[in-house]
Design a protein around this ligand. Sequence first.
Ligand SMILES: [Zn+2]
Length: 128
Amino acid sequence: MTTTTTISEDKREETRVTYEHRFRRKGETHWSGYGFDCAPDGTLDREYPNYAEVAASDKYEDEGVVSWTQRTMLCSCGSGQHSWLEYDARGIPLIKVCDDCKESRLGVYRPDVLTDSNYWHDEPLYED
Ligand SMILES: [Zn+2]
């Protein structure tokens, strides 16, 4: 599967675009057919044994290169990395972190909040 990955200038968002050359089987109500992984210009990723046959067949309609886009928010610290949600020892979500900021962001919590599910608290546990 050919996927191009770009990261926005502020490093807060990742955009992944995936390309496929599609052939739709004619006369079907729902889409059915073949999708061959390819580059944006239609160059196939590898040799497909059935590509020539499908491309030449009049049972299929050539839909050309189809792409779809997937956007993912990256860590708010600006590292350009994927983040995940950290939970405390009680399973309460605390904060989103990445490898770069995990230590500093979790460092603001008392260690027992992260390790002891019976931790004592009388203060707000959250931070935005
Ligand atoms: Zn981060």
